[in-house]
Design a protein around this ligand. Sequence first.
Ligand code: FAD
Length: 389
Amino acid sequence: MKRIIIIGAGASGVYLSVLLKKKLNEKVSVIVLEQNSSSLKKLLATGNGRCNLSNKNMSIDYYQSDNQEIVQEIIDSFDMKDAMADLGLLCQYQSNLLYPRSEQALSVKRVLMSEAERLGVLFLYEQEVYRITREHCYQVYTQKQSFSADYVVFAMGSEAGKLSGVNQSRYDLLKKLGLDVIPSYPSLVQMKTQPVLKQLKGVRVKGTFSLLENGYPIHVEKGELLFTDYGVSGIAIMQLSAFCQPHHQYEISIDFFDDIDERKFNEFIELRMNKEYNHFYDGLINSKISSYLETLDLHSSQDIVQVLKDMRFKVIGLRSYETAQVMKGGLSLHEVDHCLEMKKYPHMYAIGEILNVTGMCGGYNLHFAFSSANTVANAIKGDFYDKDS
Ligand SMILES: Cc1cc2nc3c(=O)[nH]c(=O)nc-3n(C[C@H](O)[C@H](O)[C@H](O)COP(=O)(O)OP(=O)(O)OC[C@H]3O[C@@H](n4cnc5c(N)ncnc54)[C@H](O)[C@@H]3O)c2cc1C
């Protein structure tokens, strides 16, 4: 019987443990070492507790990494809806987004954990792995114990959302093995702006939002924005944050009237200016934004159109990992082959967010976590069949 140690009981680690026992049963013992006192903490928070598992519109364009070819192979080879149905979890698409039918992340956790426990996966909690050595097999060290293993899988996720522990050990562990780790920073996260329009706190607006660098748009998102007391939030902003790099200067441009072209909108504003409303912007836009616009004292139709179709904010920073959905960076894909096995270490793999792979909002990150686990389960199973033959 071969011993497999998975480090991390997040989505990728737990799903891998299930697949390995399903595919290899008595041929393997599977131990999951988790630093927290329970499994799948982050999964429970996903999709506002509803767990957006995947997206109908699956494409490599929604991912960033340092080897897109590997990522594409992995995401394309996996169907989340079928995979969950195999576990007994029924899912359905709401528009493009895949959710469990229960609309509860808790049901995903329960299905995964009961399957893992039924198959005999051993979960050991409060076991933070800090070191791994290799002689005839791998030796995995936590503060409490050490474990021998024939296979080791890194499934340590990231510190995003503060739900998977805020440790350095996940990255140090890899660095001590001489593996290339790209420094991590928050992504899919809110933005701090200048000015901060605190009077608009809580106002949600629909429109088109552009991230500008040196005045030019580098990414555009249609959707919803939320004004906050530090800057801006909302899905469109989270998506734009995925295109921000540390130490670069950005602006956000808001087009509140993206459905009307500038010339027509200008004509409309000119007509409206002839009517002498008491509060010019009322009826056009949210009343809090209207009150703010009145303080700007704009006189020409061009100035008004400019502000309503291109309101600018300087981005003075992203919020921290604590409120981010994912972290960019992690283990470089140059360290792994197409099966996610380390080129330097046989029988050592990495899956999920510990890898330098970041998906956009919309189920892409869980899709990668599960599909990468599927890739590794198939690779390990392949080892056994090769040996048997
Ligand atoms: C608030 C929030 C909402 C989100 N919503 C969605 C969504 O709706 N759809 C979507 O696709 N994605 C979503 N994401 C992102 C998604 O949850 C993650 O990308 C995904 O869960 C990553 O899974 P993982 O298994 O790689 O890592 P994680 O879930 O982070 O699990 C890693 C595990 O490893 C453990 N660990 C770390 N280091 C060690 C160590 N040294 N020793 C032992 N254990 C260790 C951690 O404690 C943790 O339990 C969301 C993220 C957040 C924070």
